[in-house]
Design a protein around this ligand. Structure first.
Ligand code: AOF
Ligand code: ZN
Length: 370
């Protein structure tokens, strides 16, 4: 009989594997599965896998394929309840039963209405020992985007801010101003790779002309969907965002068409360049988040600027704040941080502090009362 410590050890490994494809599995959660057997000489991993890029095949079927006949009598550690539905692939619960697995250990049950406990039931009905809730908190953290979308029909929203020591996020009238150092910027690139979509307001898109892609060697294909809130369709066709739209998708969110010829022409020009234009009241971020959830977006990184950040904060639509502070001063030409008097809004709790070169990263999370 495996003990709790052993279960947590292998679930930690399953969670670590699940993290590999975070942001790369489309509307499917990135799940980790580890298959362990003990022939009396200590437990050994005989197969492991993460949900494939794009979302299929699921983790369990791939891990079982690696384990082969060694899966018989083994324990499967899965970060999310194995599925019970015939989707684009047959149920993972059936695959585990057919492989003769003796025990299944799960971190989080699946809120998907097609699964919701039925996966566990199928396993138990087949005589498999099922243990749930092992490292549930860590599992919920790893699956935070998927769970937020399933429970609240919106993505998990992370606001990233980089401020100078005197509380400024840029210099008025200037484009991209480097505030943080290379190590912090690298970290942001990795965060982008783990995120489904990234969002900026039109002010930032014009002032900074950012590309918002992932440029880490080997992870270039992990660039998220790039979203610009652009009420009047002012995004220049010559911008880097539009110029790269055929390679990495760009979504422009605009308000009601005003019926003018110039609006229609601008829309046509953006669409011809490969940009998707959606009409959704840009002043109501909740509507936009609902629309994003409907297309399977589970995590959103809000990267600027001050007005967009303020809007999301005011509406209570920020779940995590990543606050980078750099040891530079920008002076009175600076654009003040959207955090009033540089205070973290009520309801957020400090989770951790990390350093990246000379920069500090403080992570705050909104603590919801159940
Ligand atoms: C698993 N293992 O690795 C994942 C699961 O569109 P489909 O048919 O692929 O189904 C998507 C659902 O499958 C998703 O909403 C979630 O319930 C489950 N994801 N399940 O057994 C996995 N990624
Ligand atoms: Zn499955």
């Amino acid at each position: 009989m495996a003990d709790r410590i052993e279960d947590e050890r292998f679930m930690t490994e399953a969670l670590r594997i699940a993290h590999r494809n975070l942001g790369a599995t489309g509307s499917n959660p990135s799940v980790g599965c580890v298959i362990v057997r003990d022939d009396g000489d200590g437990p050994k991993i005989v197969g492991s896998a993460v949900t494939a890029s794009g979302g299929r095949p699921h983790a369990e079927t791939q891990a079982l394929a690696v384990a082969g006949a060694l899966a018989r009598g083994a324990t499967a550690y899965v970060t999310l309840e194995p599925c019970s539905h015939h989707g684009k692939t047959p149920p993972c619960a059936d695959a585990l039963i057919a492989a003769g697995v003796a025990r299944v250990v799960v971190a989080v049950t699946d809120p998907d209405e097609r699964v919701a406990g039925r996966g566990l039931e199928m396993l138990r009905d087949a005589g498999i020992e099922v243990v749930t809730g092992v490292l549930a908190e860590e599992g919920e953290r790893e699956l935070e985007g998927y769970l937020m979308r399933k429970h609240n029909n919106r993505p998990y929203v992370t606001l990233k801010l980089a401020v100078s020591a005197d509380g400024m996020i840029g210099i008025k009238g200037q484009g991209q101003v480097r505030i943080t150092g290379a190590s912090a910027r690298d970290h942001v690139q990795r965060l982008r790779a783990e995120t489904d979509a990234i969002l900026v307001g039109i002010g930032t898109a014009i002032a900074d002309d950012p590309e918002l892609t992932v440029r880490i060697p080997g992870l270039e294909h992990r660039s998220p969907l790039r979203i610009v809130i652009d009420g009047d369709l002012d995004l220049p066709v010559s911008s880097k965002l539009v110029q790269t739209a055929h390679a990495v998708p760009v979504l422009v969110v605009t308000g009601q068409e005003d019926g003018s010829i110039s609006f229609a022409e601008r829309r046509q020009a953006l669409e011809a360049a490969g940009v998707e234009v959606v009409v959704c009241d840009p002043a109501v971020p909740a509507d936009l988040l609902g629309a994003l959830a409907t297309r399977g977006i589970s995590s959103l990184l809000v990267e600027g600027g001050a007005r967009t950040a303020q809007q999301f904060l005011n509406e209570g639509l920020v779940d995590r704040i990543l606050l980078f502070t750099a040891p530079v001063t920008l002076g009175d030409q600076g654009v003040p941080s959207p955090l009033e008097r540089n205070l973290i809004p009520v309801g957020f709790v400090h989770r951790r502090s990390d350093t990246f070169g000379d920069d500090l990263l403080d992570t705050y999370e909104y603590e919801r009362t159940p």
